[in-house]
Design a protein around this ligand. Structure first.
Ligand code: GUN
Length: 283
């Protein structure tokens, strides 16, 4: 049977490590890390994610700045808010929850975030550095960083492995592929236009399922012993259903949903905020 990678427990360990460091910063420099979480509109899923992020800040002693903007706000006002946060010395990280309403250009807004406060790692300069050999981005995107952290804390080495990423989104698929490549894996990205993705997935030692769509991967495609990191809510067969048994039996390691990657995304956001604050506060 596959070993279940307990993302919730690993994330809790990381949050405890962060809380200790925040306390040390506060005692030594009388300053705490600050994270601005900006949400535009009332999408239920976004509100729930933002709520989790703000609560997690409070639990580790990070000060959260809550910016809630109405759905019909103009792009110019959102950008002006970002500029204000860029200039605020108590704010070490800025997160703009995605997706933004259709009338606001996401790329334009993300490009305005100071790269020194880009805790989501979505600024084109940070992504660009992630894509280049020998360049180090200031921040890594949280979900991809969480996937790699789950592998390393579970003792799964990446170097020289065949990794297959299912999906190519800006938030997960693309950056996780770049991270795996930086970690010396041989990386293939499969997506909705890939012919015979089954053949490619069957060869994978590590599978990152980030298609945002159900049933892209079948249990019987998993190579025995492979590590399966499920980023979506249903991209891999549900192991509790009959069709998913094969996946649990064959995979070497498997992340559950919920309780796998999700808690790690939040933990990595806290870690990025702490790291950003340390760069500013620690002399
Ligand atoms: N929407 C879905 N995932 C994310 C994320 O990691 N960061 C932001 N800002 N928005 C998201």
């Amino acid at each position: 049977m596959a070993k279940i990678i307990d993302g919730k427990a690993i994330a809790l360990d990381i949050r405890n490590e962060i809380a200790k460091e925040v306390q040390t910063l506060s005692q030594t420099y009388n300053k705490v890390p600050g994270l601005a979480v900006v949400i535009v509109g009332t999408r239920k899923d976004s509100q729930s994610y933002v709520g989790m992020k703000r609560k997690a800040c409070a639990q580790v002693g990070i000060r959260s700045f809550d910016i809630d903007l109405p759905e019909d706000i103009s792009e110019a006002v959102v950008i002006a808010k970002v500029h204000e946060l860029n200039a605020d010395p108590d704010v070490h990280g800025i997160l703009v929850q995605l997706p933004l309403p259709k009338h606001i250009n996401e790329e334009k807004v993300l490009s305005e975030i100071s790269i020194e406060k880009d805790v989501d790692g979505f600024h084109p300069l940070n992504i660009g550095k992630l894509a280049m050999k020998g360049r180090e981005p200031l921040f890594l995107p949280c979900t991809p960083k969480g996937c790699l952290e789950l592998l390393s804390r579970s003792g799964i080495s990446v170097k020289g492995k065949r990794a297959v990423v299912v999906g190519r989104s800006n938030i997960v698929g693309l950056p996780v592929s770049l991270l795996l490549l930086k970690a010396d894996a041989t990386v293939t990205i499969v997506h909705s236009h890939t012919p015979d993705s089954e053949k490619i997935i069957r060869e994978a030692d590590i599978i990152i399922a980030a298609a945002g769509q159900a049933n892209m991967i079948k249990g019987e495609w998993i190579k025995p012993g492979a590590a399966v990191i499920d980023v979506g809510t249903n991209a891999v067969d549900d192991p509790s259903r009959k069709s998913g048994y094969r996946l649990v039996e064959v995979a070497g390691w498997l992340t559950p949903v919920p309780g796998g990657v999700g808690p790690m995304t939040v933990a990595m956001l806290l870690k990025n905020t702490l790291d950003g604050a340390k760069r500013k506060i620690v002399q």
